[in-house]
Design a protein around this ligand. Structure first.
Ligand code: AHR
Length: 646
């Protein structure tokens, strides 16, 4: 239920119900500082099928036949009556040096009436999009078989063919085939479909690297899912922290994110096991991450592997660590180097001659887990080497003030500390003043992962597996209180990002997550909308606010120095409507008209893949705004008032 109430009835500072009204003073005449221009961003890694089965638009699952060393998982042999044959993984017939496997199909009996086929159901279904052109491709070679191979998009029950195209001939040598599959405009969208490769003659065929892309964001090859890109861009993220998270570190040193192995043609990328229980295709390589940043108008916050992996192994600082430091320097050169540098030239060859902007490099991830105590020396070695070559870059330590002092870096002073907070919504609300009294003389703070959970147990508790993948309104209110605190303190909290960002509702490892989706549909959680209201309504000047003693509300105010718009954010996490008396202190001119955006709802209310719009922000108008006016915030609400005042 959404209620927007504007009230002007205060009797001696009391509401009609007899409760004391809050007083919120916003000093509009004396901005206290600049708003961090990179305050709101995104954090991302391969978790919950964020890329494969998510943003990365590839529809074929196990396209390189490397997801399992024994079975061609996610592939099925279709043998209608009258057809016969077998399929098997074949490591004796590698596709190339990087992809050591192929799928061998022996068709012993096949005909036009009874074709033998292999099928792939993608990531919980392949979406059938009306009037779309899909790009299908595969490598193949054959023995005692010359063709044709039919490639089709077919309903799960085989009854409906949505699109098809033929490759007339195969040869005895590996060759890539590219086809366009076109669906009709009249087709009903569904995810109950699969990609089928079928033959009508007997013989042996080896398939390698089978791929299918729907239309992608800006039609880029090897591109991104369109609906997801739009939702991300709508958040106006100023930066993207990648590639992790745990995904950066890997369970072992060997399975860390090796950025150099993510370069080049996708059919030369073997992928690697991720710490989140499934193999990553590495279709999202460093070049794609950077393109993603650019497409969103965001800067990279580049996390470099720093010699610690989740299984507990670390690389000793000193000579042993040197190759990893060099690898990070190469990576920075790939991002920022001129085209006449070695790695800048490689970036240009990969299609992007222009260097990307980069200001922040994060050294590792959550290194407080490293029991060897080596982070101080590892960080120092990395940071000194980075600063020697790139003095303008800021180095982020992964151990912040939320961790015990003896774990933190002491040998040198980090430029920035990354702090992570996964808290119960009520804890965030209780801790609203967390950054109000932080030491201003210390390093900048990057809250590189944060999220409120509405449950009494944390995300890593097994019970989380039974909860919805995305948070409810209660969690969104905790998030809103937390964001108000960070925004109020953005002289020290320079950057923040919610984590995790994405979840395929069919394959999650972690909750709560900001955005949920399946193969065809997508939705924002209440927390998504709260984040959007914060990041999308931000001025460049920080205004001092004062909420009277005992108020249950939380708030933050900024102003756009060009337009004069004051963005006043107020959170009412309580279960009663709250009257607030707003004093625009020092205002000499206030426009009577204002706009209001409200996110409110029952704390248990939420959005789901089937009911994506239960909790949405509502925009309304306000008039009769004066230098002093009152406003009633609905129970359980986040309100952004956009006022014009100077
Ligand atoms: O966001 C999920 C995980 O939480 C991240 O990978 C890790 O950095 C943190 O522990």
């Amino acid at each position: 239920m959404k209620r927007i109430i504007c009230s002007f009835l205060i009797i001696g500072g009391l509401t009609q119900a007899g409760r004391a009204a809050s007083t919120l003073t916003v000093d509009v005449a004396n901005p206290v500082g600049k708003v961090s221009p990179v305050l709101y961003g995104l954090m991302t890694e391969e978790i919950n099928y964020s890329y494969d089965g998510g943003l990365y638009a590839e529809l074929v699952r196990n396209r390189a036949f490397l997801d399992n060393s024994k079975q061609p998982v996610n592939w099925e042999l279709l043998k209608p009556a009258g057809a016969n044959g077998a399929m098997a993984l074949d490591f004796k017939t590698p596709l190339n040096d990087a992809i050591p496997a192929s799928l061998r199909v022996d068709a012993t009996s096949a005909s036009a009436a009874a074709p033998l086929a292999v099928a792939n159901s993608g990531y919980w279904g392949i979406p059938v999009i009306p009037g779309a052109r899909y790009h299908a491709s595969f490598f193949a070679k054959a023995a005692n078989f010359s063709g044709p191979v039919r490639v089709s998009l077919v309903s799960d029950d085989g009854a409906k063919v949505y699109a098809q195209a033929d490759v007339p001939r195969l040869t005895a040598d590996w060759k890539q085939y590219n086809l366009t599959l076109r669906t009709e405009f009249a087709v009903a969208p569904t995810t109950k479909a699969r990609l089928v490769l079928s033959v009508e003659h007997s013989g042996t065929i080896w398939f390698g690297f089978v791929s299918l892309f729907p239309p992608t964001w800006e039609n880029q090859p090897n591109g991104f899912r369109k609906d997801m890109m739009q939702m991300l861009i709508d958040l106006k993220p100023k930066f993207l922290r990648f590639p992790g998270g745990n995904y950066l570190e890997g369970n072992t040193i060997e399975t860390r994110f090796k950025w150099k192995e993510t370069l080049g043609p996708i059919e030369k990328r073997p992928g690697h096991p991720s710490p989140w229980g499934y193999r990553s295709t590495d279709g999202m390589g460093i070049a794609e991450f950077l393109r993603w940043c650019e497409d969103m108008g965001s800067e990279p916050v580049l996390a470099v592997y720093a010699g610690y992996s989740l299984g507990g192994m670390h690389v000793n600082p000193g000579a042993d660590l040197e190759p990893y430091v060099q690898d990070a320097l190469d990576e920075i050169e790939y991002v920022t180097g001129p085209v006449d540098s070695k790695w800048g030239a490689r970036r240009a060859a990969d299609g992007h001659p222009k260097p990307y902007p980069l200001h922040y490099v994060e050294i590792g991830n959550e290194d407080w887990f490293d029991k060897s105590g080596s982070y101080d020396a590892r960080y120092t070695q990395f940071c000194n080497a980075i600063k020697a070559k790139y003095p303008q870059l800021k180095c982020i330590s992964t151990i912040g003030q939320d961790q015990p002092a003896d774990k933190r870096v002491h040998s040198i002073t980090p430029d920035v500390l990354d702090e992570h907070y996964y808290e119960n919504a009520d804890s965030f609300i209780r801790d609203a003043a967390h950054y109000d009294h932080y030491d201003r003389s210390g390093p900048e703070i990057f809250v590189g992962e944060w999220a409120a959970h509405e449950t009494s147990f944390p995300p890593w508790d097994n019970r989380s597996g039974k909860e919805a993948p995305t948070p409810n309104m209660k969690a969104a209110l905790g998030d809103a209180v937390w964001m108000a605190g960070m925004e109020r303190n953005c002289d020290i909290v320079k950057m923040n990002c919610y984590a995790p960002l994405l979840v395929n509702v069919n394959g999650r490892q972690w909750r709560p997550d900001l955005i949920g989706y399946d193969a065809a549909r997508i939705y924002g959680s209440p927390s998504y909308y709260a984040f959007k209201m914060f990041s999308g309504n931000l001025g460049d000047q920080q205004l001092k606010i004062n909420l009277g003693e005992g108020s249950k509300l939380q708030s933050s105010a900024t102003r756009d120095s060009h337009s004069g718009i004051v963005y006043l954010k107020i959170v009412n996490p309580g279960d009663t409507d709250e009257l607030v008396n707003i004093d625009l202190k020092g205002a000499t001119s206030v426009s009577a008209k204002a706009s209001v955006e409200t996110l409110s709802g029952d704390p248990t209310a939420t959005n789901t893949i089937d009911n994506p719009a239960k909790v949405l922000p509502v925009v309304s108008k306000l008039d009769k705004v004066k230098p002093t006016f009152s406003y009633t915030l609905p129970a359980h609400s986040l309100v952004v008032l956009k006022l014009k005042a100077k």
